[in-house]
Design a protein around this ligand. Structure first.
Ligand code: SGN
Ligand code: CA
Length: 536
């Protein structure tokens, strides 16, 4: 009897111990939420089917819109890679966090949201592209691409150590994220993982299985593909980002032996492939390239421009297919493991991208396609399925929003606002204007320095340094931004208001012409040092 009683007690103790290791369902859902922040690189909202442009299908990314919220006017503060990531982490504008362009050093010592999450009981991981120099701070685990990284057989820095991984970059980043979620994290702590794809960044190399996707489709370019910029300013006229003009035959259009002689770089890239990858690549591209070369002598200039658009958009969309597959795998894992309910999933890009609008690829400008960025958020506990948010939220808001969800106070120096209440319908109040800056000039693509203000309807921009020009657009009457209305008397009052709003925002966020001059000097010094190094 006594022995039976002892056994009974032992069983009770053991049972309680086992139970206390694994959080019960109710305990788990009262824990702070987990966060999966998914960011791709250069993913245009036009290339997410939930946005309704009819270009491609992204069924997995679309699940977030269906089960959560889609933002139609999310935008960035500075439309370029490394600065956008610095804004994400710090919640501060570029001119405050110091990372204004892709060349200035990033100071990891400043506060960032993953550090604050860590200090409040979260475990954090950063997997994929971060594009910021120095060892990432704020992560229990980091596996990042050095700089831009490679699509095929990329090197990674794993907690600072360089390791080459065999395979396709997008798939490796997804597999590593899943492995961390399934096997590496502590199940008793909330987590925040930054799952950052390199794709669909230039030069748009597809996974082996998608090399022939869209072969049987012809895409029509946007209505302003043949824009002559007659209604726009000097900056639009003098950029170097035209698909038919600045994209290269080898590097961008992947002609193995090209008609105009820039194949060297692309040949170097192919040297990174293993035998099977190269065989698959050549089997897919050689017949397409040969067919084009046979046609080329008889093609009109317009036909060549349309061929280039098709080569570009197909390669671009092929890389997105793998990104979407990865999102599906991660969402499936959340469902299977019972984590979906208490996990906030965010999908976005470091900025938008031109898919032939104005004839362009790349980004940088404050014009809509690169100023805006896709944003979808799912959190079943708070966000109603099918929510649509049309307010101007910015990447500046990510850090304060994530901290808000985690129950951690955002430090005063963070400049963004939490959109938690906005997205769950608890408030309709929100800012009516946002501030934008861009610095990297003179540089690749030659987009001039500018800053500006955007409201729900209008945009005012100032291009400076080697010009002094203002541009203004009315998105209601001119959604494609083809007609600069600055100094149009019909808009005199609007123009005056926008100038006022712009000045208020510059003061509010702490920007000034003096700061612009300082950053310009730092940029020109950096260029000079680079020239000197190259000459020596
Ligand atoms: C590379 C690209 C450019 C791109 C910059 C910045 N050329 O230089 O087209 O604008 O990166 O992109 S590439 O063909 O060599 O990739 S960013 O997303 O990193 O800011
Ligand atoms: Ca980018």
């Amino acid at each position: 009897m006594i022995r039976e009683f002892q056994l009974f007690i032992a069983f009770l103790v053991l049972g309680t111990a086992v139970l206390s290791c694994a959080p019960s369902k109710s305990e788990e859902s009262s824990q702070p939420p987990n966060i999966i922040y998914i960011m791709s690189d250069d993913h245009a909202y036009q290339a997410i089917s939930a946005y309704g442009y009819g270009l491609n299908e992204t069924p997995n990314i679309d699940r977030l819109a269906k089960e959560g919220a889609i933002f139609t006017r999310a935008c960035v503060t500075n439309s370029i890679c490394a600065p956008s990531r610095a804004v994400l982490l710090t919640g501060k504008h570029s001119f405050i966090n110091g990372k204004v362009d892709n060349v200035q050093p990033f100071n990891w010592d400043q506060p960032n949201f993953p550090k604050l999450l860590q200090a409040n009981g979260y475990q954090t991981a950063m997997i994929g592209k971060i594009h910021l120099d120095g060892i990432p701070q704020g992560f229990d685990f980091s596996m990042v691409l050095p700089g831009q990284g490679n699509y095929y057989n990329p090197d990674f820095l794993i907690d600072g150590e360089r390791v080459r991984k065999e395979g396709y970059c997008t798939d490796i980043i997804t597999e590593t994220t899943l492995d961390w979620l399934k096997n590496k994290r502590d199940p008793n702590k909330p987590f925040c993982v930054l799952y950052h794809q390199k794709a669909p960044h230039r030069n748009w190399k597809s996974a082996p299985e998608y090399l022939n996707l869209y072969d049987d489709v012809t895409f029509d370019p946007p209505s302003n593909y043949f824009d002559d910029y007659s209604g726009m300013g000097t900056a639009a006229k003098e950029q170097e980002m035209q698909i038919d003009g600045h994209a290269g035959w080898g590097h961008d259009f992947k002609m193995i032996v090209d008609p105009n002689g820039d194949s060297t770089r692309f040949h170097r890239e192919l040297a990174r492939f293993n035998e099977k990858q190269l065989e698959d690549w050549l089997a897919a591209y050689t017949p397409k390239n040969e067919a084009f070369k046979a046609e080329y002598p008889n093609m009109t200039k317009k036909e060549i421009a349309l061929w280039k658009y098709n080569r570009y958009i197909k390669d671009y969309l092929r890389t997105i297919k793998s990104v979407d597959d990865g999102v599906g795998e991660v969402l499936d894992y959340l469902e299977e493991s019972g984590l979906a309910e208490n996990t906030i999933v965010i999908y976005t890009s470091d900025q938008g991208f031109y898919l032939g609008e104005h004839g362009w690829f790349d980004k940088r400008f404050m014009y809509e396609e690169s100023f805006r960025t896709p944003l979808l958020v799912r959190y079943p506990k708070e966000i109603e399925a099918g929510t649509k948010i049309e307010k101007l939220v910015q990447n500046l808001d990510f850090a304060p929003t994530i901290l808000d969800y985690a129950g951690v106070e955002a430090p005063d120096e963070m400049q963004g606002e939490s959109f938690r209440k906005l997205v769950s319908g608890q408030t309709g109040e929100w800012r009516d204007a946002v501030y934008y800056t861009y610095y990297e000039y003179p540089s690749v693509h030659m987009v001039k320095r500018h800053y500006g203000v955007a409201t729900d309807r209008y945009k005012l921009m100032h291009f400076y340094y080697d010009i002094d020009e203002w541009e203004m657009y009315d998105l209601k009457t001119d959604p494609n931004e083809m007609h600069n209305i600055y100094n149009n008397p019909e808009y005199a009052e609007v123009q005056q208001d926008l100038h006022k709003r712009l000045e208020e925002l510059r003061v509010y966020y702490g920007d000034s012409d003096e700061l612009n001059q300082e950053y310009l000097k730092a940029y020109l010094d950096h260029q000079e040092q680079r020239r000197n190094r190259n000459n020596n």
